[in-house]
Design a protein around this ligand. Structure first.
Ligand code: 0WD
Length: 253
């Protein structure tokens, strides 16, 4: 489905990362990949994972640093000269902002969470645009906490609401270049980031109890749908928040 396409996947932390599931699926469908990791804490794990793919570029990128984002795209420009897709699978909020009451969110925590979880999406898309000479597909990851007040999700819910608005504004601007911008919204999935959300296990239990499909989404399912959205099979889909939460969000109770 992605034969002949080249793309970057931002945000691989370990084998449980949604970004890794997307990278694996994109690789299986023929894409040539660059994958990025945040810092040396993740480097060894990510390099080891990368060995199971077909020699992807493995690049460091802390998205809070403009120079690191620029360096990634300089490398892509030199190595490939062209880009077909970008996956942004990054979010962060300080523990204090998730554990306390939403009302007590500090200015510093609010800004940091938005910088890493929202602004970075605009930044990685902006640098991709000049390389997407044949059009392209940009994808990010969001969650229902953007529209509903999910206990414990707090400032991250506000970030996801902003991120989803970014999807629409970027899609509106980039459509004339045939660049599509979308978000996938899975239900809760056990990953490193998810462990930081208070009451995460309860979220999973409630999802399994109430979702029409009576289970939670797997990383592999996110990988498969991501491949579709990155591919020409989704050539008319842009500006969308695509739910793959086993139907959970349609329920009233
Ligand atoms: O239930 C879930 N896991 C869901 C996740 C449900 C719905 C959406 N998502 C979203 C997340 O909000 C995020 O946007 O999916 C995306 C990926 O999340 P993930 O796969 O659950 O998490 P993980 O494997 O931990 O990857 C996120 C990684 C970070 O790991 P940490 O240790 O901070 O949790 O994002 C990376 C980091 O590796 N990250 C950064 N990367 C570059 N620069 C930065 C940064 N400054 N900060 C965090």
């Amino acid at each position: 489905m992605l034969q002949g396409k080249r793309g970057i996947v931002f945000g691989v932390a370990n084998e449980y990362s949604i970004a890794w599931a997307i990278a694996k699926a994109a690789h299986e469908h023929g894409a040539q990949l660059a994958i990025t990791y945040q810092n040396e804490r993740f480097e060894e794990t990510v390099r080891q994972l990368a060995r199971t793919l077909n020699e992807p570029l493995v690049l460091r990128c802390d998205v809070s640093e403009d120079e690191q984002i620029e360096r990634v795209y300089d490398t892509i420009a030199q190595e490939w000269g062209k880009l077909d897709f970008v996956v942004h699978s990054i979010a962060f909020a300080p523990r204090t902002a998730l554990e306390g009451k939403f009302l007590e969110t500090s200015r510093a925590d609010f800004l940091l969470a938005h910088d890493i979880s929202v602004y970075s999406f605009i930044a990685v898309t902006r640098h991709a645009v000049p390389l997407m000479t044949d059009g392209g597909s940009v994808l990010t990851l969001t969650y229902l906490g953007s529209e509903r007040a999910v206990p414990g999700y707090n400032v991250m819910g506000v970030c996801k609401a902003a991120l989803e608005a970014c999807v629409r504004y970027l899609a509106a601007e980039l459509g004339e270049r045939n660049i599509r911008v979308n978000a996938l919204s899975p239900g809760p999935i056990k990953t490193l980031a998810a462990r930081g959300i208070p009451g995460f296990t309860k979220m999973l239990d409630i999802m399994r109890e109430r979702a029409p499909l009576r289970r939670s989404t797997t990383q592999e399912e996110v990988g498969k749908l991501a491949v579709v959205l990155l591919s020409d099979y989704a050539s008319a889909v842009t500006g969308e928040i695509v739910y793959l939460d086993c139907g959970y969000h349609i329920m009233g109770m």
